[in-house]
Design a protein. Sequence first.
Length: 262
Amino acid sequence: MDFKNLFDVKDKVVLVTGGSRGIGEMIATGFVSGGAKVYITSRSADACDKVAKELNERGPGQCIPIPADLQSYEEVQRLASELGKRENHLDVLVNNAGANWNASFHDYADKAFEKVINLNLKRIFTLSQAVLPLLTAKASPESHSAIINIGSIDGIRVPPQDTYAYSASKAGLHHLTRHMASKLGSEHVLCNAIAPGAFQSKMMKATLDNFGEIIKSKIPTGRIGSPEDIAGTCIYLSSRAGQYTNGATITVDGGAAIFANL
């Protein structure tokens, strides 16, 4: 039994969507630090290039930017095609790109609901479909490839904010993950979800700036999530250590989702 290599991701080929900032950048950094070849994508070419340059300087792995707007079906297909031109297989897909919208129930716009559901749920299915041939190309019973969907504890609990489409999309993503896991396991592709709590990201910045101490007081561990917390969970699910975990939704929230303030 090779315990010393349980969490080894060296030389794995990884795609992280929304990899130019926030949780996506944390995940990409973790894989590059582990010696993986990591492709990152987001709408901003400049942001992708900046992060890729920084991660390549850090090493020992590689980071390669492929900008794409994943709201678009055509852009999803282009991303998959571009990846297929560069690689003959994909070991790990991290579906992290997402959007949010906060408005009162009475004022919640139909277009906003559609935009959030499209990116957070529909396009995750679309991209997973598009890169499945790469995911299965080298996968085997001894070495599965992995799809990791980044959900949220707001898909488990009812969030305090008026983020109706976001919470619905993340709850749907958790169940979509289970459904995909039941079908793709036989093709040696593991599908799992991570439900993060509070992390220092652009999406969370305003909330943490205004209510950071209150939020920390409701987390049993008493702190906000760190890059090591989210990257480490992804590395576990991508390595030998996670080869028998399939269809799970793992909360990475310090216990926030189960906190009871009576």
